[in-house]
Design a protein around this ligand. Structure first.
Ligand code: EQ3
Length: 319
């Protein structure tokens, strides 16, 4: 049997992923635009009761100084309109600029707006705002899921805002990307049950933001499937994805299983936690990596799953 990316997606098929994330994101998408913005404000405030994201650092925020200065000059009505335009993917100059922000820059942009909303520099939620029943329903849904799933919902909503870059003709210029300082990690680590060098090298490279080294471990037509997404195929596409989304992540794989399957292919499932630079050790996301390596030991496929519950960290069965 030879594998296709499609068939590879089914390895370790008993893995239970956090389906509440796409379900809640879909509920959010049904809200009207003002309700979406209100939901995000309350969800963010709710999260902030227990944890708040780290400030992104002056150097990172300076990358967006021009836009921030423009926003500060606007009236509150204009600022509210700007937020509506971003949330509704309207084609405006700022929505187009937003398309050039990497994921962390998008989060940093809203982090700054959120801070300014608290200070009244950016239009705050209107005094006496009454939450609609729809917003309440989505908020209750988000309250039922754990913190790592909540931050994933928030992140997804922010990522989907702005004018769709694939529609922007002649997309040119550099993507604005944040860098996060890294605490130096000990390169010495072990994964209970897994000694496969390719897997260990992948984690080591990712923990050093060395995406070129991580991608060199993939087969030419290899693929990486992020949580709740379709596989990203080919080294070039994976590199640009990781540069955008992989910065500053701390991966702490803990245990796993390795099996030889057919024709020299091997499969490996590893579970552990991943921390984002925004929340550090305060939020450990329960993650599984499902690797399929070809007979040359190259990564043909790897799926990254956000697990449904901590119990899933122990599920290392094949079917
Ligand atoms: C201002 C306010 C509050 C109100 C306004 O109305 C609207 C908005 C949007 C507002 C602002 C909201 C803000 C500031 C939200 C901030 C949210 C943050 C900082 C969320 C961060 C989440 C980060 C996550 C979930 C990262 C997850 C990364 C993972 C799981 C990465 C996994 C990977 C692994 C393990 C690999 O091996 C390969 C790559 C890959 C990246 C897939």
């Amino acid at each position: 049997m030879s594998y296709t990316i499609e068939s590879a997606r089914n390895i370790f098929s008993s893995t239970q992923v956090a389906d509440a994330v796409p379900a809640t994101t879909a509920m959010f998408a049904e809200l009207n635009i003002d309700d979406q913005l209100a939901f995000l404000w309350y969800a963010y405030a709710e999260l902030g009761r227990t944890i708040t994201p780290a400030a992104p650092g002056k150097a990172n925020l300076q990358l967006m100084e021009g836009i921030f200065n423009d926003i500060k000059q606007m009236s509150h009505e204009q600022q509210t309109q700007l937020m509506r335009d971003l949330a509704s993917n309207a084609d405006t100059p700022i929505s187009r600029s937003y398309a050039y922000f990497g994921v962390n820059a998008k989060l940093g942009f809203w982090w700054q707006l959120g801070e300014w909303m608290k200070q009244g520099i950016v239009a705050p939620m209107p005094a006496g705002y009454q939450m609609s029943p729809q917003v309440k329903t989505v908020l209750e849904a988000v309250q039922r899921i754990d913190q790592s799933q909540q931050i994933t919902v928030l992140r997804n909503t922010v990522v989907n805002m702005g004018f769709d870059p694939s529609l922007a003709d002649n997309k040119q210029g550099e993507v604005i990307n944040f860098k996060f300082p890294r605490a130096s990690l000990s390169p010495q680590f072990t994964i209970e049950g897994v000694t496969e060098p390719t897997v260990l090298k992948y984690i080591e490279a990712m923990n050093a933001d060395n995406f070129e080294a991580a991608v060199a471990l993939f087969a030419d037509s290899g693929a990486l499937q992020p949580p709740f997404q379709k596989p990203i195929v080919g080294r070039e596409a994976i590199t640009s994805y990781l540069r955008d989304e992989g910065q500053g992540l701390v991966m702490k794989p803990s245990k796993g299983v390795s099996e030889t399957i057919e024709d020299g292919y091997t499969q490996h499932k590893i579970t552990g936690t991943v921390e984002t630079p925004w929340f550090g050790g305060n939020v450990g996301m329960n993650i599984a990596w499902r690797f399929l390596l070809d007979p040359q030991g190259q990564i043909y496929f790897v799926a990254i799953d956000l697990l449904a519950s901590p119990k899933e960290l122990l599920n290392l069965t094949r079917k």
